[in-house]
Design a protein around this ligand. Structure first.
Ligand code: CO
Length: 137
């Protein structure tokens, strides 16, 4: 099990242009494990989660021209997008990051995909890595 600061890595997010094409490859690599696919209107994305033994892969495709993922793809192209940590108390964890002087994209937890509570930390505050905190609700 992967841990970081005592927290498990829940998933790694990968931004892709074409969700179906990405699923062909990553689905095969994941030996055709079940895929959870969901549109997240708040973020303007469609996501597909592949559950691997230690953590999941989240493939993200933009479904709105002004989404953060559309921006990311335009600036950087496809690739690693974020690292998500599973935390037991997302409010307390946000306070901890705030206390470390981090710039929070989400000042408070909000609803994300898979019924999770999520909050993002700006990459400027994590050496270039967009960090997602997530808690099962
Ligand atoms: Co994510």
């Amino acid at each position: 099990m992967s841990t970081w600061g005592g927290h498990r890595i829940d998933h790694v997010g990968i931004a892709v242009h074409d969700l179906d094409a990405a699923l062909l490859l990553y689905g095969a690599l994941a030996r055709d494990r079940p895929v959870h696919r969901e549109t997240v209107p708040h973020d303007g994305v469609e996501v597909a989660f592949l559950q691997l033994p230690g953590a999941s892969l989240e493939l993200l495709a933009s479904r709105r021209d002004d989404s953060a993922v559309a921006n990311f793809l335009a600036r950087r192209g496809e690739g690693l997008h974020h690292l998500a940590l599973a935390v037991p108390d997302i409010g307390a964890e946000l306070d901890r990051w705030r206390g470390l002087g981090a710039e929070l994209i989400d000042k408070a937890p909000r609803a994300g995909s898979r019924g999770m509570l999520v909050a993002f930390i700006h990459p400027r505050s994590a050496h270039g890595v967009l960090v997602e905190l997530c808690q099962r609700s």
